[in-house]
Design a protein around this ligand. Structure first.
Ligand SMILES: [Fe+2]
Length: 467
């Protein structure tokens, strides 16, 4: 038998002779050089839509115990394809599935054009495992299994919450998503707090994002908040500069459509009830830059006032208290904080600042809401001295994910690092009269992490920790 060392040159020699290695692109990144945002070469066509359905993602209906929506992509020419759904059983004989025709829309032009399909499924039974598949060009996806939310608070609810993925999704976000799935394989929902990608109109970025998500959208519903990077800037760096919603957002995610009544917030804000949790998702970019702040505040006030759920959470990309010291937070606090506090919101889940930080409001003795900022992706910023004083814990130079578990009257929160180590933890206990108490859980946490060891990024930026 040939030893591997002797066999290797023979193989390389034959490949070279066949011209195979000469044609392959060279991976040129050297140690100490900053990494490109995407691993996939720009014009490779790697993520082009084809005959098989891909980018399959389930999103919650307003009542995800009774329904959800599925969105997927195919090449052009596929119109109103079917989704099939049936209660999951142990036999490969699935019986006669229910069929639902999708609504089809085209995104992009030329070689980049693809059809996106949306199917809304209603009339489902709570806490029930369903299997579904979607059609392509004379093809089917594999069957996926997904459990509807329960309607009984005795049933535990697990949520995953992620800050910005945004950069180097395939290279650096994918491992964190796998770690999150290992820690919470029972999660019913994945909450993403915006800036899923960096370039809203770059299709390869969305391709890498879906690849980085792996099985997550196949086994649980995914609820995204929109970030500023899901918008692009028209007339950039001119007095006419304005934000424009990237086409992908509307085509990729089949959201409930119950958002604020404003032309720039209708497609990007929504709410749903998840077994004891009212989850309200805001669009901070539209509020700050497109004039919908008042409309969103009014809508938020109503949706929270109508809530009969024991727990209320709000997800918004831009933070109320910015660990990086951004001025936009002042405007958000002014418009939204009184509403969040009036209605006793428990958690405000945020991103945008590429650091970790947690705190309560400004009133003495106040513990709720807990305002949390987190980050998954490779872009890492620095924390201000003010944030070090007012937030605990904080983190720089750390990729994180969060697991939230609710059982009856206990909400248990954990932030974990990319390698699964416990970084932050607390619980909120709810008494019979609805009053709530916060307990810090410090046992088992690793020490706070900072960026003092690195003076600048590889590109020489001192205001960031990594990029
Ligand atoms: Fe952002």
């Amino acid at each position: 038998m040939k030893s591997p060392a002797r066999f290797f040159p023979l193989v390389m020699g034959s490949l070279l002779a066949a011209g195979i290695l000469l044609a392959a692109p060279v991976f040129s990144q050297q140690p100490g050089e900053s990494e490109p945002n995407l691993l996939v070469p720009e014009n490779s066509g790697y993520y082009q839509a084809g005959v098989m359905p891909d980018r399959i993602v389930a999103t919650p209906a307003q009542n995800p115990a009774r329904g959800f929506a599925v969105n997927w992509r195919t090449q052009q020419g596929v119109d109103a394809p079917l989704l099939e759904i049936v209660k999951a059983g142990d036999s490969p004989d699935v019986g006669v599935p229910r069929q639902i025709s999708a609504l089809t829309r085209t995104l992009g032009s030329g070689a980049q054009a693809a059809n996106y399909h949306r199917a809304d499924i209603d009339g489902l039974e709570p806490d029930t495992l369903y299997m579904f598949r979607v059609a392509g060009a004379g093809t089917w996806s594999g069957w996926r299994q997904l459990r509807t939310l329960a309607e009984s608070r005795e049933k535990p609810l697990t949520l995953l919450y992620m800050g910005d993925t945004q950069n180097k999704n395939l290279s650096h976000v994918s491992r964190v998503m796998r770690e999150a799935m290992r820690h919470a394989p029972d999660a019913a929902l994945a909450l993403h707090a915006g800036d899923l990608v960096s370039g809203a109109v770059n299709d390869n970025e969305w391709g890498e994002w879906f690849e980085a998500m792996g099985d997550m959208p196949a086994v649980m519903m995914l609820a995204p908040a929109i970030g500023n990077h899901e918008y692009w800037k028209a007339f950039e760096n001119t007095p006419q500069e304005r934000r424009v919603l990237g086409g992908h957002w509307r085509h990729l995610f089949a959201l409930p459509g119950n958002g604020a009544a404003h032309e720039h917030a209708r497609d990007t804000t929504y709410w749903f009830d998840a077994n004891g949790v009212r989850m309200v998702v805001l669009d901070g970019t539209s509020a700050l830059d497109l004039g919908s702040m008042a409309a969103q505040a009014q809508w938020l006030d109503k949706v929270l006032a109508d809530s009969r759920q024991p727990w209320n959470m709000v997800m918004i990309h831009q933070p109320m208290f910015s660990p990086r010291g951004r001025g936009d937070s002042d405007k958000l606090r002014q418009a939204l904080l009184p509403i969040l506090e009036k209605h006793g919101v428990d958690l405000v889940l945020q991103g945008h600042d590429h650091t970790y930080g947690r705190r309560s409001g400004e009133k003495p003795g106040q513990t709720l809401p807990q305002y949390i900022v987190s980050v998954v992706g490779a872009k890492q910023y620095r924390i201000t001295d003010e944030a070090r004083r007012s937030m605990r814990p904080v983190a720089e130079d750390t990729q994180l994910f969060q697991v939230i578990r609710i059982v009856n009257d206990r909400l248990h929160y954990q932030a974990r690092t990319a390698t699964g180590r416990l970084y932050d933890s607390f619980e909120i206990l709810r008494s019979a009269d609805g009053r709530k108490r916060l307990n810090e859980i410090t046992q088992g946490r690793i020490a706070e992490r900072d960026c003092h060891h690195r003076e600048a990024t590889l590109a020489g930026r001192k205001d960031r920790c990594w990029e």
